[in-house]
Design a protein around this ligand. Structure first.
Ligand SMILES: [Mg+2]
Length: 161
């Protein structure tokens, strides 16, 4: 299995089975990527919000590790989610292992959920976490660069994603 291969793949967060993660994989915590995973088009969907609420109520610890320093703090505070956001530099293992320590969990007790095969899946596989890929065609950096490039050719220099 390649290090870019996730353990599970879904279209959206609410398709993940909390029961399976908890009962069959011994998962005790979830770490989410932010852009394109938790947040799509500048907002967190109701189904994602409900999923996180349910995860927390079922006793899972929930955190965010993003490479973007401009994540929505207000929303994370409101949802009571801890985060590392200052240049996390995924796919390096360190920010993920630091967060695992902060959550008082072992890497293998954590499922990492992200939409980028390189920063999120490769990164969390290297850190020894259970990787879950959200395949929604919003692939962060590379997608943005690709889209941005083609827009710039048309004379448009900024996109919202
Ligand atoms: Mg992302």
């Amino acid at each position: 299995m390649s290090r870019f291969t996730p353990k599970e793949t879904y279209r959206k967060i609410s398709d993940i089975s909390l029961e399976y993660l908890k009962n069959d994989c011994n998962i005790k915590g979830l770490i989410f990527d932010f852009d394109g995973t938790l947040q799509l088009k500048w907002k967190i969907s109701k189904s994602t919000f409900e999923f996180i609420k349910e995860a927390k109520e079922s006793g899972l610890k929930v955190a965010v590790v993003s490479n973007n320093i401009h994540i929505n703090d207000f929303l994370l505070r409101k949802m009571n989610i801890i985060s590392i956001k200052k240049f996390a530099l995924k796919p390096f293992k360190k920010p993920l292992l630091d967060m695992a320590r902060r959550m008082k969990l072992k890497p293998e007790q954590i499922a990492f959920v992200g939409n980028n095969r390189f920063t999120d899946i490769y990164g969390s596989n290297r850190a020894g976490m259970y990787s879950i890929y959200i395949q929604n065609n919003i692939n962060g950096f590379f997608h943005r660069r690709k889209t941005q490039g083609s827009l710039e050719e048309k004379g448009i220099n900024k996109i919202d994603d």
